[in-house]
Ligand binder design. Structure first.
Ligand code: C2E
Ligand code: MG
Ligand code: MG
Length: 252
């Protein structure tokens, strides 16, 4: 397994504000296999726990290594599967990974989906509360595609919402998707959460998101997921994404 990292950018300045760790399987014959192909199988077979443990540890190790090289310090986001969320020892294992790698908890963000929360709400609330108290940040991934429950937003100790790629994709042509994006951004901000737009591929989408004050952007327009050596280039302290300054900043 290898981790690639997709940078997240400030929509207004073009600076890197975070990275998301995305696992890949380097297959001897088939090349690089994306997680959509093997994570569901790993979840069914129980292998996901071992994979998840490795992912958290490796993401912490890499982030600390970037810090030690004097690169821009940004949090690393790691996707947590439902199986991991509902294990009693998950918070303890994550604390162990942070400690082993000498990384402060504030540099780790965990991404969870609503459907993962729903499997065992009581256990999830407990685990997330312990992680939150440790200083780990929690983001709700793929928001809008699951239950989109307002109760969850209030009940769990969340720091961020990730606006799902499926709404961002057509927001320039579909008035309903545009309305959903606007509503999710406003909802998140009203609740004091960061809102990160996923899958931003076009300048038009960026302009729309900026106009709606969504300042955190992840997507192919700025950068796909990259191997760590290439991410290091974008983490140079003075790097800003070239596309940002050429765009008009909307007046609010
Ligand atoms: P996700 O957490 O929603 O991650 C975002 C996915 O969208 C990534 O796909 C990313 O490469 C892709 N993406 C980002 N920007 C764009 C864009 O502009 N256009 C398009 N077309 N795609 C974009 P990826 O790497 O294939 O990951 C798919 C899913 O697999 C992730 O969705 C996540 O749910 C899961 N996953 C990835 N790594 C892990 C892991 O370490 N553990 C667990 N449990 N799940 C993981
Ligand atoms: Mg994610
Ligand atoms: Mg997502």
């Amino acid at each position: 397994l290898v981790l690639h990292y997709q940078p997240q950018f400030d929509a207004f300045t073009g600076a890197v504000i975070g990275v998301e760790a995305l696992v890949r399987w380097r297959h001897p014959q088939r090349g690089l296999i994306l997680p959509g192909e093997f994570i569901p199988v790993a979840e069914e077979s129980g292998l996901i726990q071992a994979i998840g443990e490795w992912v958290v540890d490796e993401a912490c190790r890499q982030t600390r290594a970037w810090h030690d090289r004097g690169l821009r310090r940004v949090p690393v986001a790691v996707n947590l599967s439902a199986a991991e969320l509902h294990r009693a020892d998950t918070a303890g294992r994550i604390a162990g990974a942070l400690q082993r790698n000498g990384l402060a908890a504030r540099w780790l963000e965990l991404e969870i989906t609503e459907s993962a929360l729903m499997r065992d709400i009581g256990r999830a609330r407990l685990t997330l509360q312990v992680l939150h108290d440790m200083g780990v940040q929690i983001a709700l991934d793929d928001f809008g595609t699951g239950y989109s429950s307002l109760a969850h937003l209030r009940q769990f100790s969340l720091s961020a919402l990730k606006l799902d790629r499926s709404f961002v994709r057509d927001l320039e042509t579909d008035v309903n998707d545009a309305a959903i994006c606007r509503a999710v951004i406003a909802l998140g901000h009203t609740l004091g959460l960061r809102v990160i737009a996923e899958g931003v591929e076009t300048t038009g989408q960026l302009v729309f998101l900026r106009g709606n004050r969504c300042s955190a952007i992840q997507g192919a327009l700025f950068s796909p997921a990259l191997p760590p050596e290439q991410v290091a280039v974008l983490l140079q302290p003075d790097y800003v994404a070239p596309v940002a300054p050429t765009l008009p900043v909307p007046l609010f």
